[in-house]
Design a protein around this ligand. Structure first.
Ligand code: NDP
Length: 453
């Protein structure tokens, strides 16, 4: 079989056995199509049928989560954990609590995680989990009740050398706390089974900031390679959660000008630069809508989502030098890409997982826009999660400066690894191909070493 034929064959199989899992198929297609050069060069991967193996999770769990709301009514949600690949280390990847979560979403995120984790250079395999539970609008008591019920099932599948979940959309410090408390109560074991823990009980300094700061460090490396500089660059950011907030914070620190943020209800455009203190108070403390931001800063413009044309994102209409999509998947489409290119955008740096549609990515590449793919650009979060695991295992506590220095180095290494792979396989500067190939190689070689398991 020719390489192209082999890739097509595996893609057809994926479509066949995962009907309706569109995001999963999208993620698989993006990776597999970019692997052609390495499959051509190294026939062993086809001989060992690595592609057919790597697209199937080692294990997927779906479970019922029943919990009691404040009105005394029993509510039912779905829980998921997909343990995708453990060739290079224990499964590692976050938990997402959002009404849109289903098996296909968890599989797409878990699949991406395999290559992202490999790219960090650390010993971590790929996994992901979550629930269609929506923490928004729930009381603390309800969130705790849900988290305890979720962990009452999840605990049997995880462990500090087996599978170590973390946060993602809808799962922050509060949720990790309730989940950890329940794990400890059931097992009687105080161990590093989750990351993103509180500093007082085993968390790592710098984990909260890691994904956002890491995304900016990646952008810095990329700009430098292209003889550009972050200073004075106008940046548009989508989202106003963990990734977006710390991307904005680091951009301001480095004298760039982050001018937007958004949530599921609307967008803020603040021409003189987003005020991080206000943003944190609204989103991290009060958990309110961004509408509040415009009340406190009358020179900022708030555009509600429902006042905008369907399928468009107000963030991408604001002229910028760099775009940081940092909210959710497929939030930046071809039409948005055309506007960004028309406005002279130089770099798109993905903070969220798979935020750009394939058509948008192709458009950026055709028009010479630098493109930092999620699995490289947002890998800082999982990298510091692994540093949290190391600290837990060694009973150590590192300072913020130590962790930040390591994060800095890891992001630089990720950039170099992906860049060098792009050069080696004749696609210089194509970071998507470079990241996929570099991430794949280490996992595929390890799978071969470990035999048909
Ligand atoms: P948070 O829950 O902290 O924030 C998510 C933000 O995106 C919120 O502002 C939320 O709005 C908005 N949002 C979520 N879903 C939608 C949607 N369907 N439409 C519009 N806006 C939406 O999540 P994170 O910041 O942790 O995660 C953001 C992205 O980054 C995700 O893709 C995640 O997978 C990825 N990521 C996160 C990492 C981490 O360490 N946290 C690591 C690597 C990747 P609202 O406030 O209204 O809910």
């Amino acid at each position: 079989m020719e390489t192209k034929e082999y890739i097509e064959y595996v893609l057809e199989r994926v479509e066949e056995y995962s009907p309706g899992e569109t995001e999963f198929y999208q993620a698989v297609e993006e990776v597999l199509l970019s692997l052609e050069p390495i499959l051509e060069r190294e026939p062993k991967y086809m001989r060992q049928n690595i592609l057919e193996r790597i697209v199937v999770p080692e294990r997927s769990m779906i479970f019922r989560v029943c919990w009691v709301d404040d009105a005394g009514i029993v509510q039912t949600n779905f829980g998921y954990r997909v343990q995708f690949n453990s060739a290079i280390g224990p499964y590692k990847g976050g938990l997402r609590f959002h009404p849109s979560v289903n098996l296909g979403i968890v599989k797409f995120l878990g699949f991406e995680q395999i290559f992202k984790n490999s790219l960090t250079g650390l010993q971590i395999g790929g996994g992901k989990g979550g629930s269609n539970f929506d923490p928004k609008g729930k009381s603390d008591n309800e969130v705790m009740s849900f988290c305890q019920a979720f962990m009452a099932e999840l605990y049997r599948h995880i462990g500090e050398t087996k599978d170590v979940p973390a946060g993602d959309i809808g799962v922050g410090a509060r949720e990790i706390g309730y989940l950890y408390g329940q794990y400890k109560k059931i097992t009687g074991s105080f161990e590093g089974v989750l990351t993103g823990k509180g500093i007082n009980w085993g968390g790592s300094r710098g984990r909260t900031e890691a994904t956002g700061y890491g995304s900016v460090y990646f952008a810095q490396n990329y700009l430098e390679k292209s003889n550009l500089n972050l200073e004075g660059m106008r940046c548009t950011i989508s989202g106003s959660g963990n990734v977006a907030i710390y991307t904005i914070e680091k951009l301001k620190y480095l004298d760039a000008i982050p001018v937007t943020c958004s949530d599921s209800r609307g967008t803020i455009y603040h021409e003189k630069g987003i005020d991080v203190k206000t943003l944190k108070a609204i989103k991290e403390v009060d958990r309110k809508s961004l509408k509040e931001y415009a009340k406190l800063h009358p020179d900022a413009v708030y555009t509600p989502l429902d006042a905008y044309p369907e399928g468009r994102n107000a963030v991408w209409d604001i002229p910028c030098d760099i775009a940081f999509p940092s909210a959710t998947q497929n939030e930046l489409n071809l039409e948005d890409a055309k506007v960004l290119v028309g406005n002279g955008c130089k770099l798109v740096n993905e903070g969220a997982n798979m935020p750009s549609t394939p058509e948008a990515i192709a458009y950026f590449q055709e028009h010479g826009v630098l493109f930092g793919p999620a699995k490289a650009a947002n890998a800082g979060g999982v990298a510091v999660s692994q540093l949290e695991m190391s600290q837990n295992a060694g009973m150590e506590r590192w300072t913020f400066a130590e962790v930040d220095a390591k994060l800095h180095q890891i992001m630089q290494d990720i950039f170099s690894t992906a860049y060098e792979a792009s050069v080696e396989f004749g696609k210089e500067g194509d970071m998507l191909t470079g990241a996929n190939i570099a991430g794949f190689k280490k996992v595929a070689d390890s799978m071969i070493d470990q035999g048909a398991i």
